[in-house]
Design a protein around this ligand. Structure first.
Ligand code: NDP
Length: 489
């Protein structure tokens, strides 16, 4: 891994124009290990300029050729799986086994998926038949879908390469050029991807990556007049700022934002499986997945048994050095984030919550990790569903369990937050499963499963969890402009 990262602009690796750099910290040790460009509007302007110049030729490139380059990039990611997984683990604090089995393979899968999707698209056509007196008018309408220009892609720190590729792949596949701004907290695999993109043979200016802070580089991208499309994944407050900033230039904006996902467990569920998956849903990636089940609602008759077994599962998670193969629970992304998570636990205590396990910084697993940001898997009970820890996104290894007495009560609690990303329902009653799916205010409902993903399905959130959808045809539509052509004959 390099110790100084560069921006990729027009297929050249460039230092920031300001000469300023930021430190990248390894969360497992708390120590800086690389530096990244602290880019300014000047770097963003240069990247947008390169992307704008590259756009006409890339848009005119046959889909089969765009597809070939994206598939080549996917192959290079596969080739470098081990190197990328190690880098992702060091940069984020996530267990290397998770990076190797999910983050990096999924990035390659994203490129492959959209590389093949563009070879199988269809467009609508409508025949119009207006019978006029002596002059029957007939016309054929067809829809052209054209790329929109330069796409600005902004991604967060929890699944760095996975979520960056989820945006880059459809943007480039459909013929847009891109300027991406990865999270300043986790820039390493984005830098490595820029090297692979050059190796894959993408023409200059098609894919540009500019590192730096959201408030400077990110904000410059979002307000740039030559960027008509913004795809953002991150926190709800940042999403709000981006929606405001993009309004002046009427940008098309997709926002994938935070969640406070309810996980509903009914007494008729397969309890063994529900508990196993609830542990996974609460604590995967140290609870730093937007889809995590951070509120568990359990039917009262099984509540106490469920909590006991959930606590056993939480305590059994192997906390360790993220680079250790057997680690299940690594470090949180940053010291600030650890403080935020702990502040919510302290607030929960003050509000009368009972900490059933965890609730504190975890002991460092070895000397190397002495300064790392480890936090214990934490289960809390006894909190009013309306209180702040139940309503606000904590985004850490903290889950709160609440009993319910009826289906109506479960729905009322589940839908009581401003968020609407994902829900889980555990039941063996088919009617209940369908009814819950209809009544839950969330854009994704998993019945008897969690994080079972199919790249063709619409992905996103409702309410304050986002605007628009990614995935499959939704992404192909988002990155293209529909144009109706009407021909009279
Ligand atoms: P942030 O909103 O803090 O940051 C996301 C990205 O936006 C980063 O690249 C950040 O840069 C950048 N940014 C910050 N401010 C601005 C701005 N004013 N203009 C443009 N860009 C800006 O989110 P986090 O990185 O903290 O990620 C965690 C959040 O992401 C959680 O809320 C989580 O729920 C959400 N998320 C949602 C998902 C979904 O699909 N719905 C999936 C994964 C995460 P920098 O890091 O440099 O500040």
């Amino acid at each position: 891994m390099p110790d100084t990262l560069a921006n990729l602009i027009n297929n050249r690796f460039e230092p920031p124009r300001s000469g300023q750099y930021l430190d990248t910290i390894e969360p497992a040790t708390g120590k800086p290990y690389a530096r990244l460009p602290d880019s300014s509007a000047d770097d963003i302007n240069a990247a947008v300029d390169a992307a704008k110049r590259a756009f006409p030729a890339w848009a005119a490139t046959p889909p089969a050729e765009r597809s070939r380059l994206l598939l080549r990039l996917a192959d290079l990611i596969d080739r470098d799986l081990e190197r990328l997984a190690r880098a992702e683990s060091i940069d984020t604090g996530k267990p290397i086994s998770l990076a190797r089995s999910v983050d990096i393979p999924r990035a390659a899968a994203n490129f492959r998926f959209f590389a093949s999707a563009i070879l199988h698209t269809e467009s609508a056509s409508h025949q119009t038949n207006l019978a006029g007196a002596g002059d029957p008018q007939r016309a054929i309408n067809y829809t052209l879908r054209q790329p929109r220009g330069v796409a600005g892609l902004i991604s967060p720190w929890n699944l760095p390469l996975y979520l960056l590729s989820w945006k880059l792949a459809p943007a480039l596949a459909t013929g847009n050029t891109a300027v991406a701004k990865p999270s300043e907290v986790t820039p390493m695999t984005a830098h490595m991807l820029s090297e692979l993109a050059v190796e894959a043979g993408f023409p200059p200016g098609v894919l540009n990556i500019v590192h730096g802070r959201g408030a400077s580089a990110g904000a410059a991208l979002v307000s740039h007049p030559d960027v008509p499309t913004i795809s953002f994944t991150g926190g709800t407050e940042t999403g709000r700022a981006i929606a405001h900033a993009g309004a002046d230039t009427f940008k098309r904006i997709s926002l994938e934002l935070g969640g406070k996902n309810p996980n509903l467990v009914f007494a008729d569920a397969d309890l063994e499986r529900a508990i196993l998956e609830s542990v996974r849903a609460a604590f995967t990636n140290q609870g730093q997945v937007c889809l995590c089940g951070s509120r568990i609602l359990v039917e009262r008759s099984i509540h106490d048994e469920f909590v006991d077994r959930l606590v056993q599962g939480a305590k059994a998670r192997r906390i360790g050095d993220p680079l250790d193969e057997s680690t299940e629970h690594g470090a949180l992304a940053s010291e600030d984030h650890l403080k935020k998570v702990h502040a919510y636990v302290e607030l929960a205590k003050r509000l009368g919550g009972q900490i059933r396990c965890g609730g504190a910084r975890a002991q460092a697993p070895n000397d190397r990790c002495a300064g790392g940001y480890f936090y214990e898997p934490t289960v809390i009970t006894g909190l009013d569903p309306a209180c702040r820890p139940q309503q606000e996104e904590i985004f850490g290894p903290v889950t709160i369990v609440t009993p319910f007495g009826s289906d109506d009560e479960a729905i009322a609690i589940a839908n009581s937050t401003p968020f609407g990303l994902a829900s889980m329902v555990w039941t063996n009653n088919l009617t209940r499963a369908h009814t819950m799916a209809e009544r839950l205010d969330s854009a994704i409902v998993w019945i008897n499963c969690w994080m079972l993903r199919d790249l063709r399905t619409p992905f996103g959130g409702m309410k304050h969890s986002g605007l628009g959808r990614e995935g499959g045809n939704e992404a192909l539509r988002f990155f293209t402009e529909p144009k109706n052509v009407c021909i009279r004959y």
